[in-house]
Design a protein around this ligand. Sequence first.
Ligand code: PLP
Length: 419
Amino acid sequence: MTYPAATGDFRTDMAAAAARPEERSAVIDLEAIRHNVRRLAAVASPAQVMAVVKADAYGHGAVPVARAALGAGAGWLGVAHISEALALRAAGIEAPLLAWLHTPESNFAAAVAAGIDIGCSGWELDRVVAAVRDQERPARIHLKVDTGLGRNGATLAAWDAVVGEAMEYQDQGLLRVVGIFSHLAVADEPERPETDEQLAVFREALAIAQDAGADPEVRHLANTPATLSRPDTHFDLVRVGLGIYGLSPFEGQSSAELGLRPAMTVRTVVSHCKDVPAGQGVSYGLNYRTAGASTLGLIPLGYADGVPRVATGGPVRVEGVNYPVVGRIAMDQMVIDLGPRNVTAGGPSILGAQAVLFGNGEDGGPTAEDWARAAGTNNYEIVTRISPRVPRRYINEVPYPHDGGAAVAGASGNNKATP
Ligand SMILES: *Cc1c(COP(=O)(O)O)cnc(C)c1O
């Protein structure tokens, strides 16, 4: 999955970017990513951090986010697909990297050749070993146990056999069991008992593997909500996605309350502003009509850009005010009702003004959570679905070791435009 490269100068700062508003952009603040990684690393310590950058880093851009995360102390990267992992390797990223969702069509040979760790629930083992036979190095695998989520992973009933098979292959030098892991189902609802149950099953699975002679480098279970709320799930490594993007996994707890900073701002420029009479219908279906004579602003983003079509009422901030979207959200555009402005007679038009759908929420600005509420979904989906039609723009980028310099610890916060 590739998004178009951000246009213009990568090393520009927010002020300069704001001075040259783009028609549409998802601005990704890499200093926010680094801040969040440092924050999560402090919470997880002494466990290591795996930055989860699947789905193009939840829409933020996998390569720049991976570099920022590694520069801020993440020791590992995680993705779903081998193809996503290969794209990171192709970009020159050499960090330990795990891919965990495969099909019989997955390219295990390419993964082994690229030094990508492979999550295995059972059936993958034979395929991985077949892929290794023509290669000089053993595969690196992480065995996955299903502790209750009901998706990937071997059931506890099958675990003995899966571990046994893996250990046989390890003894033959074909693979090495580098990790043992599982995934939690309800960690975002800390009051629920199932996390304790999953943790108990995980411990049992670890004991079985240990009895079979497994000696994994990393045991890992926690996602972002468990990293933040359940230290007893940290083990050797935590896999954090949502948190590194600065978003809260908890209903009723904000990013700021968790010490996190939302990294993505989606914004555009108002494309039309006009007076309309009372009773003016707005957008397909004419589901909204103006209560009185009013002024409408046209926002040139729609569901093709990843704004959920069902999210009427979601906020758009223009000139310091959050206006709810009225009427249906269309493919390319949506409408806000500004109230009467009489722009025809010289009242204040917002044509060309910056319009922010969501950002870091400072100064009362709208957030991804606001849009999640309007759409009946979660903040994960709001950021991840921002489509390739919205160009990504990166701010506060600092050199990454592989770019030729050492990662400059003191350079975080350096947001000077570099010619
Ligand atoms: C997506 C994913 C994560 C990250 O979850 P967050 O809640 O975003 O931190 C961790 N582990 C697995 C297996 C995943 O699929």
